[in-house]
Design a protein around this ligand. Structure first.
Ligand SMILES: Cc1ncc(COP(=O)(O)O)c(C=O)c1O
Length: 398
């Protein structure tokens, strides 16, 4: 590359942002890694005069602030806020942006914990939720009513890997905003895809949420969450409730997530390569009746996913026909760890009906296609031959 080309290349790429955004060397010592500021309070310079904008660590902490700036840069937002869990992030989002009497259209196949806090907690405060298939745009349009103030979408969904057209959902939100004369936001849970594969704000969404517990941290050693906003006004509302309700991410966890994100691009490329290989293997396996992976041409959302995402990732669900068959398989895996959660470097495998989605009522689970034989695998970045051999051995017990 010539010097001239270097000069024209002004905007850093995603991989560079992962390593540098929000992570200037620490001014006192020059530490390259953002230090863990393990302090609850900051001494004031004099009466009524705080030093450098820090007073109390619920409100602001340099380690958390670095991560929040990093998250905002990766999602292309103007404000990021980090929380003690994905659920703390999602709950804060709702406390900040909806109120009694407001109506929210939610992806039917949303994460079980999100469904639980919406249907069993926030509904007690007069917020109304409707669960619809957000891959069906006509269904979303007809669910919008005068009280609607938010469309809350997950894509790909957990665990059936449904794909929703984010640009089209954003357009429905804009049309509703114009006709109702009240802001109807599109909020997107981008946990499965991560900003490496999908950028909801660039597609017109107003807010993105994450469980940083998953791919962003990536090492199954921290629980956390994030909200990233496209507008300063929404960012201020989230920041106000973050400070008021206090569900903040700790300095140590902020450090871990910042460190994890440095390798997000290389991890996501590896998850994607292994995910494609595992999906192809499962699709050919005689004991598997159905494979849900947006990277397979047989997936109903494949074309849309190929347009909207730059990769398909490592999340796959597949059906073994019965709970007994799923149980026999899950008792035999060795490399794939049987456990909740996803997005770690290690392969994780689970049974949604009795684990992640146990809090969803059986009839609702059936409506969502969470069958008793459904198994979800978060394909890790081990040698793919070892993952395939593990699955083959376990499937032979079915
Ligand atoms: C898509 C999605 N969103 C949100 C959450 C909640 O995150 P956390 O467990 O960090 O509270 C999860 C957890 O599994 C999830 O899968």
């Amino acid at each position: 590359m010539t010097d001239e080309k270097h000069e024209k290349h002004e905007k850093p790429g995603f991989d560079t942002l992962c390593i540098h955004a929000g992570q200037e060397p620490e001014p006192v010592t020059g530490a390259v890694a953002v230090p863990i500021f393990q302090t609850s309070t900051y001494v004031q310079e004099s009466f009524g005069k705080p030093r450098s904008g820090y007073e109390y660590a619920r409100t602001r902490n340099p380690t958390r602030l670095a991560l929040e700036q990093l998250l905002a840069a990766l999602e292309g937002g103007v404000a990021g806020h980090a929380f003690a869990s994905g659920m703390a992030a999602i709950t804060t989002l709702m406390l900040a942006l909806v109120k009694r009497g407001d109506h929210v259209v939610v992806s039917r196949d949303t994460y079980g914990g999100t469904y639980r806090v919406f249907s069993k907690v926030l509904s007690n405060f007069g917020v109304l939720f409707d669960y619809v298939d957000t891959s069906d745009l006509a269904a979303v349009r007809s669910a919008v009513r005068p009280a609607t103030r938010m469309i809350y979408a997950e894509t790909p969904t957990n665990p059936t890997m449904g794909i929703a057209d984010l640009a089209a959902l954003a357009a429905i939100g804009r049309e509703a905003t114009a006709s109702l004369d009240a802001k109807v936001r599109l909020a997107v849970d981008n946990t499965f895809a991560t900003p490496f594969f999908q950028k909801p704000l660039a597609l017109g969404a107003d807010v993105v949420v994450h469980s940083t517990t998953k791919y962003l941290n990536g090492h199954s050693d921290s629980v956390g969450g994030a909200v990233i906003c496209a507008s300063r006004d929404d960012g201020e509302k989230i920041g106000f409730v973050q400070n008021a309700a206090g569900g903040i991410l700790s300095p140590f966890d902020s450090f871990l997530v910042t460190r994890g994100i440095k390798t997000l691009p290389i991890r996501m490329r590896a998850h994607d390569a292994n995910g494609r290989a595992v999906a192809a293997f499962l699709q050919e396996h005689p004991k598997v009746s159905r494979v849900l992976y947006p990277g397979l041409p047989s997936h109903p959302g494949h074309d849309l996913a190929a347009r909207q995402m730059s990769g398909f990732g490592g999340m796959i669900s597949f059906d073994l026909g019965s709970e007994g068959a799923a149980r026999r398989m899950l008792d035999r895996v060795k490399i794939c760890a049987l456990g909740e959660s996803l997005g770690g470097v290690e392969s994780l495998i689970s049974h949604p009906a009795t684990m992640t989605h146990a809090s969803v009522e059986p009839a609702e689970r059936e409506r969502r296609g969470i069958t008793p034989g459904l198994v979800r695998v978060s394909v890790g970045i081990e040698d793919v031959a070892d993952i395939l051999a593990d699955l083959e051995r376990a499937l032979s017990a079915v």
